[in-house]
Design a protein around this ligand. Structure first.
Ligand SMILES: [Cu+2]
Length: 212
């Protein structure tokens, strides 16, 4: 009992020590950039072990699109791929960080997929060429994805970190260093040089996905 109380105290103190870092991402024209995966990799040893992911993540297929387009998960996370369409999908990835295949199926996928290696995993469907999504697997518990306003928040204990940023339209991962302190939330603003959107355009009457 005492031990439990001590652990609870420790966890409380640890959470109190976390500071929230605010991120804001824009492109060269000052437009907000969504779907930026940002993670903090501690530079001061010893790095805290990533807590075991508790929830399974869902990447659905809806209106013949993956939803969401970009996901970020910690190493060891299990992802389910429910098919909510009336047509069948054949989900696959041939990325180095995770090769897998869910042969043609309807409804719930037969098996969940566990992502064990850090890296960017590109998802496709063998039937629908335009279906494209990404799972970014990170080896740190401190990560987030920017929303439509181009903002993201991460709560992390004070210390020095390497910020890693990735977005489907970035040529490579962008890194910076950051010192997280107990002081007022630090706003981090980044201008990202984006390449073209690789998604295949569908019929503009189809109001699915985020085509621009
Ligand atoms: Cu499909």
């Amino acid at each position: 009992m005492l031990r439990l109380a001590l652990v609870a105290c420790f966890l409380l103190l640890a959470s109190l020590r976390a500071a929230e870092v605010h991120f804001k991402f824009a492109d060269g024209k000052q437009a907000a950039v969504s779907d930026v995966v940002v993670s903090l990799v501690p530079l001061d040893a010893p790095a805290a072990a990533a807590p075991a992911p508790v929830e399974a993540v869902l990447i659905a297929q809806e209106k013949q699109e993956f939803l969401p387009y970009v996901s970020v998960v910690a190493v060891g996370t299990t992802v389910n791929f429910p098919n909510r369409d009336t047509v069948k999908h054949h989900v696959y990835s041939s990325s180095k960080a995770k090769k897998f295949e869910l042969p043609l199926y309807a409804g719930e996928a037969r098996e969940a997929v566990r992502f064990e290696q850090p890296g960017v995993v590109t998802l496709g469907c063998n039937i629908h060429d335009w279906m494209l999504a990404y799972v970014v697997v990170v080896a740190t518990p401190w990560f987030a994805k920017s929303d439509a306003d181009g903002t993201a928040r991460i709560s992390a204990p004070p210390g020095r970190y390497r910020i890693e940023m990735w977005q489907p339209r970035l040529a490579a991962v962008v890194t910076r260093e950051l010192a997280v302190t107990d002081a007022a939330p630090a706003a981090q603003t980044f201008t990202l040089e984006l390449g073209r959107d690789r998604r295949i355009r569908r019929n503009p009457d189809v109001k699915a996905g985020g085509y621009k």
